[in-house]
Design a protein around this ligand. Sequence first.
Ligand SMILES: [Zn+2]
Length: 348
Amino acid sequence: MAVPPAGTLRFIEQPAPRPGVTVPVAPGIHWLRMPLPAGLDHINLWLLEDDGGFVLVDTGEATDATREAWLALERGPLRRLPLRLIVLTHLHPDHAGLAAWLQDRFGVPLWTSRGTYEQLQLLTREPTPDELAQRRAQLVHHGLPQVTADEMLPVLEFKVYRTAVSGLPQVERFPENDDTSRWGGRDWRWLATGGHAYGHLCLHSSGPQDILICGDQVLPSLSSNVSWNPMVDDANPLGTYLADLERLSRIDRDTLTLPSHGLPFRGVTERAQELRRHHEQRLEKLLDACRTALTAVETLPFLYRRQHEGFKLYLALGEALAHLEYLAAEGRLERLEDGGVRRYLTRA
Ligand SMILES: [Zn+2]
């Protein structure tokens, strides 16, 4: 959802690179852009010079346009400095899509969190009938009519995910929160930052120049989707997201922040505060709406002006549930179970 910055962010003046071209954003750090077929338009990737090669952060989606851009890079900057390691911030296809293909092509190791790898394993295979039935039952439990839940089955199979990724990469190492890696004379600290995606990692280097590679955790003009998702081990993803956002907001405000979508900027502290306020406003709307007991599906008109269907409905419902479950965990909403359906009621 668009949440424009309130004017406190300072964007770098460097124009965004075309696909297949790199531009430096800091000593030894290069910016790449890959096209995206729908919605977001592009994803930013980062190349970190290290030991006669590059560490690549994220890969782009498995589309012909992105593969072509990689072939152009292979003929250009990668001739001088080949890829030597791929790291993934998270599992979404614009980030992890070409991981298996690039690994195959360049024969390089890949690192990502254990949580990301578990999700990649789950989503790169077809679900079993039982798994599919469980996912469908969750939608009905949260208020979706049976007919609509049936229409959602193709979404719940995540077939689209498998067409947007090139397969399951092999993972050499699973970095954990606060681990450090030394590349190009800099120490990079891995920060586990959940809520938007299970297993999401950021990378922070505090010297010589303070730099944060933040994946989708903090975006300069969008609020990242934060969804409750029964397929992951996090019952309160908004709680996780806000706690991890708080950690990022304590990073120096002059840190050069490299987001996956939009332009590099300074002002991560202010942006984290804006995003927190955005979520607080949604929580207030839900507390107000749930003075009459509502299912998650029934809360959607209070959060969104337009009606959603298909995958967008899945995301909207997940986002509503993340907020409702946050309020329930805080004891501000009561969960009422009746006839296999859950409703939420604001506590007096
Ligand atoms: Zn994402």
